[in-house]
Design a protein around this ligand. Structure first.
Ligand code: BDR
Ligand code: CA
Length: 316
């Protein structure tokens, strides 16, 4: 069983990443931290508490992280995730479910002590599904964690971006933080848009949720319907891609992925392409590879794991 810390900005797909991390039998979720991204850090923290409460995971500690990128102005994403950051199709919001509060310590400090106490025999996997601001501070302030963690992140792209022509939102939100993380020397896996854009919540998937009309599964259904509508409006996607749970799934089931080691550099200077993950697929860089990049995933195995986690959460 792999120990996982999830750093996220819920966010519709982050919500499902939390549930997968909380219920996949191959994983043990030891904590959740939040970072500004899809919405302000206060809103995404309430959303994280709401997801954990609704999914019966209230004993998982939540630590509130950074409110702003290291250098740049915050960039939020209401067009996709709504004003609260996690809205439902019928006008409700995940914040209505939030019970409890985050721990008093700032996320980076709490993550450091929690991860250090869990990493005695093997590395803890830090899964990042938002901007890399907290992760960059963690490895900068506490370089000793480099021996205690590996990082698996949803972010970046080899070609076309989503919030930039060649940049993906999580990396584009804080390129300087991403540069620190990609260059820190920790074992790192990137699950890019090319993979996550294949994990679509199709009507077939939704049907498997509506087959059991419990309050929790209805909530998940309403969440996915909102996400489907915004993805239709903004990107003309027929069905919404569930980016973030793919990074969690990689930790649970790496054998379901085709990957390649390569050099990935983060563009921080350009005004045109800041946040681009420059992927040296053919090994032309003089620099050593620093990332394992997911190229493909077995999407039907992913959905089996995701739906099984949702059904388990529903039984709690
Ligand atoms: C990423 O951006 C966010 O809106 C999603 O939660 C995901 O982490 C996809 O680019
Ligand atoms: Ca996210």
């Amino acid at each position: 069983v792999k120990k996982v810390w999830l750093d996220c900005d819920p966010g519709h797909d982050d919500a499902l990443a939390i549930i997968l991390a909380g219920y996949d039998r191959r994983l043990k979720l030891i904590g959740v931290s939040t970072v500004a991204g899809n919405q302000t850090v206060e809103k995404v923290t309430l959303n994280a508490l709401g997801v954990l409460t609704a999914a019966g995971l209230r004993d998982i500690p939540v630590a509130q992280g950074q409110a702003k990128p290291l250098i740049r102005a915050p960039q939020i994403c209401p067009a996709i995730h709504g004003d609260s950051g996690l809205e439902f199709h019928d006008g409700g919001s995940m914040q209505d479910y939030a019970v409890g509060s985050p721990v008093l310590e700032k996320a980076v400090l709490y993550m450091h002590s929690c991860i250090s106490s869990h990493a005695e025999h093997e590395r803890v996997t830090l899964v990042c599904t938002g901007a890399l601001t907290n992760a960059a501070l963690l490895v900068t302030l506490f370089p000793e964690v480099l021996d205690s963690i590996e990082i698996v992140l949803m972010g970046g792209c080899m070609g076309t971006g989503n919030t930039g022509s060649v940049a993906e939102f999580n990396i584009q939100s804080d390129p300087e933080a991403a540069k620190i993380v990609f260059e820190c020397g920790v074992p790192l896996t990137m699950v890019p848009l090319e993979v996550t854009h294949r994990a679509l919540a199709t009507p077939g998937v939704l049907q498997r949720l509506t087959a059991r009309p419990t309050p929790f599964l209805q909530l998940m259904h309403k969440l996915l319907l909102f996400f489907a509508q915004t993805y239709r409006d903004v990107f003309s996607f027929e069905h919404p891609p569930l980016h973030d749970p793919l990074a969690v799934f990689y930790v649970a089931c790496p054998e379901a992925f085709k990957v390649k080691r390569m050099r990935v550099d983060i563009e921080t200077c350009s005004t045109l392409s800041a946040g681009q993950t420059v992927c040296d697929i053919w090994g032309q860089s003089a620099l050593a590879p620093n990332a394992t990049v997911a190229l493909e995933a077995d999407i039907s195995t992913f959905w089996e794991a995701m739906i099984s986690a949702l059904l388990k959460a529903d039984m709690v």
